[in-house]
Design a protein around this ligand. Structure first.
Ligand code: KG4
Ligand code: ZN
Length: 335
């Protein structure tokens, strides 16, 4: 069946058509209208501007997604829309558009958890991937570990207690003058620096838990920059990028190893915008190799926010009969 996915939880408006079922997991179109250039002027996402930009883009890109797929709404078996978590105003645009489209055309509507969507990006490229598996979602809003029992049953077994990995990359990137969002630029810059040059605290919480705290790491990096400025010294940005990336990578790898031990999982999926980080992909890959656990990470274009992943997650909610109706509301947090 063909599923139309809609995504508007943050700063990308996206519409996609995927074909799912009967052994198929195929992306027919995946249109992403990024607002990054607008938010870059402010150094971060401005929620009100994001909502308005979603309103301007959503109809056009939905039409584009259908046209690229060579389909019309009458071919669509379900509409999946991101309903939570995210920026409330931004989410409401997608949810209300999805509701209108679904009910005007008598198409079943499915509400999708954005985080489950990120994990589903990996399913699209790997037809053989089946739960149970362990999933790590690292994004601008999440750093969470899940025991994925089925496509619709996710048990959170670890999470950040404060900032997300991507959020902290972006903050440090901004302070050292990198354009928003700083994550991808820090990734590149880290190759030019020494990962041992600056001593920074680990964002992995001590003990037998699978939790993180990125606020201490972020504050240490900001203190390092401020103290250098007060002394009138220029900081080595590449060394900071390398040391910061190494601290994040080591912490995530450590918790992944622990999560694999605790759960005995035989497969790991790493997803979300920060899963595009080349250092993290390499190091988490090494952990899995050492533990003889298979490892799947979506290709770079499917790590960031996109609607194909939302449509894929919607398919499994659809199979469970988890339909939404006109009472569907968006929520900033996971219910
Ligand atoms: O998943 P995503 O597109 O949006 C959320 O759901 O939050 O993730 C966006 C985050 C941003 O913080 C961005 O800086 C980060 O992903 N990111 C990266 C890289 N590419 C994007 N972080 C580290 N290294 C990268 N290569
Ligand atoms: Zn996301």
């Amino acid at each position: 069946m063909y599923i139309l996915g809609l995504e508007s939880s943050c700063d990308e408006t996206s519409a996609a058509v995927v074909e799912m079922g009967e052994g198929k997991r195929r992306i027919l179109s995946n249109i992403v209208a990024s607002q990054i250039d607008v938010h870059r002027l402010y150094g971060g996402v401005v929620p009100e501007i994001a909502s308005r930009a979603h309103i301007e883009a959503v109809s056009k890109i939905t039409r584009e997604a259908l046209d690229t797929a060579g389909l019309t709404l009458s071919d669509i078996g379900a509409i999946g829309v991101t309903a939570f978590p995210g920026l409330i105003g931004a989410l409401l645009v997608g949810v209300n558009f999805g509701k209108s489209l679904a009910f005007a055309n008598s198409i079943p509507l499915v509400a999708v958890n954005h985080v489950h969507g990120h994990v589903s990006a990996a399913l699209l490229e790997n037809p053989e991937l089946e739960p149970p598996f362990l999933a790590l979602v690292v994004s601008g809003g999440h750093t969470s570990v899940y025991n994925v029992k089925s496509y619709t049953d996710y048990e959170e077994i670890g999470a950040t207690r404060d900032d997300a990995a991507g959020e902290s990359f972006d903050k440090v990137g901004r302070v050292i003058g990198l354009p928003y969002p700083g994550g991808a630029a820090l990734d590149k810059l880290a190759y030019e620096g020494d990962p041992k040059a600056i001593s920074l605290p680990s964002p992995a919480l001590l003990g037998d838990n699978l939790d993180f705290s990125f606020s201490g790491l972020k504050t240490s990096a900001l203190n390092y920059i401020n103290q250098a400025q007060q002394r009138g010294e220029e900081i080595n940005r590449a060394d900071l990028a390398a040391s910061y990336t190494a601290a994040v990578t080591a912490a995530v790898s450590k918790k992944v190893a622990k999560a694999l031990e605790i759960t005995g999982a035989r497969h790991l999926v790493m997803a979300g915008g920060v899963a595009a980080n080349s250092h993290l992909r390499r190091e988490v890959g090494k952990v899995c190799e050492k533990k003889k656990v298979s490892f799947t990470c979506p290709s770079l274009s499917l790590c960031g926010d996109n609607a194909a992943m939302i449509a894929a997650a919607a398919y499994y909610e659809f199979l469970q009969g988890n339909f939404a109706d006109t009472a569907l509301n968006a929520s900033a947090c996971e219910p």
